[in-house]
Design a binder for this molecule. Structure first.
Ligand code: 1SY
Lengths: 184, 184
């Protein structure tokens, strides 16, 4: 089951390395960005899991109430022969209905790009109908792994995005705000 | 089968993005590194696949005839919300039996770290006995994908490392030199 391995890979090769350092990166960022509003509620990595595996490379392409603010400082780690491999996260600004700006550290779950591309490659072994199931399996496996991870506790929010409201051009900003406001 | 998905992920999420740019990165590197000897034979990415999934983060830890030289220039790509995600490779120097230095762009196949760690986690679903099989499946699947990939043709060498000679402290440098000399 592809999704099972990708969820473990995402945890073992990424979240387990970066989440313990997130608080520190945000503190360094706030020190050099006086205008930044990364408050207590937004000191977690928001991880977007769209059910249809439809992933953008820039969040503002999905919703015009979202804009890219800046990147957190780089984290350099020697990994499997690559010296100083860079790990970083992007900070986005999200406007609410009153046009007030909220900041958050957010990204899509990158392994979904693999699921999407595999479903398009005939030789990879699965098609579009299985893809949705694989996304759900990815989400549940990852949720399970993260709930049992001491290093990652309280440092992330997994956000499953149902595509039924995709006709709403502000669907993504509203979903992000709901999660941010739950923490503030 | 975890290895199948990891091989596809390694191709779709990494090799397919970086191998087409490798020639260009090496040219930029040679221009700024007069002492560099990255000749025609070494303009491919050497990808190490150790059968025991035993991966070092620094190649010189494995063999004292190997030393880290420098990194190729960074490649920045917007990926799934992360702006300017950095992709880079490391250049190592390898001494032959006559103490002559050869340079190459080399790294371990990162997904093997996931296979190794999964085999240590009881909840991940497979143990050490299955791991070797999974490494072989990863190698064969990746070989198959890369052979059919137009974007990646001739830009890589997949090197399967059998662990039977690991008692030789210069096992890794000799394996690298064999592959480099085949191309010079
Ligand atoms: N050597 C090497 N250098 C790289 O820059 C690199 N980037 C990816 N990979 C490997 O290719 C495959 C596909 O990558 P993808 O991004 O879809 O999944 C990645 C991605 O979802 C997440 N991740 C890892 N590094 C980062 C990163 N820097 N930023 C965001 N996400 C990351 O965690 C997964 C597993 O990572 P790795 O276990 O390091 O191996 C990956 C993987 O096997 C790399 N391998």
């Amino acid at each position: 089951n592809v999704a099972h391995g990708l969820a473990w890979s995402f945890y073992l090769g990424y979240l387990r390395l970066v989440l313990p350092r997130l608080e520190e990166s945000i503190a360094a960022f706030s020190a050099t960005h006086q205008a930044s509003k990364l408050g207590r509620g937004s000191r977690k990595l928001l991880i977007l899991v769209p059910l249809n595996a439809n992933i953008s490379h820039k969040l503002e392409d999905e919703d015009d109430r979202i804009s890219f603010f800046d990147n957190l400082p780089n984290n350099e780690i020697d990994r499997a022969g690559v010296r100083g491999r860079v790990y970083k996260h992007s900070v986005y600004r999200v406007l609410d209905e009153q046009k007030k700006a909220h900041e958050c550290v957010v990204e899509y779950a990158t392994p979904l790009l693999t699921l999407y591309s595999m479903s398009q490659e005939t030789s990879a072994g699965f098609g579009e109908p299985e893809r949705r199931q694989q996304v759900l399996l990815f989400y549940r496996t990852l949720q399970d792994i993260l709930e049992h991870s001491l290093e990652c506790r309280n440092r992330y929010r997994l956000i499953l995005l149902n595509d039924e409201h995709e006709d709403d051009p502000n669907f993504l900003s509203k979903a992000l705000l709901r999660h941010l406001q739950q923490q503030e």
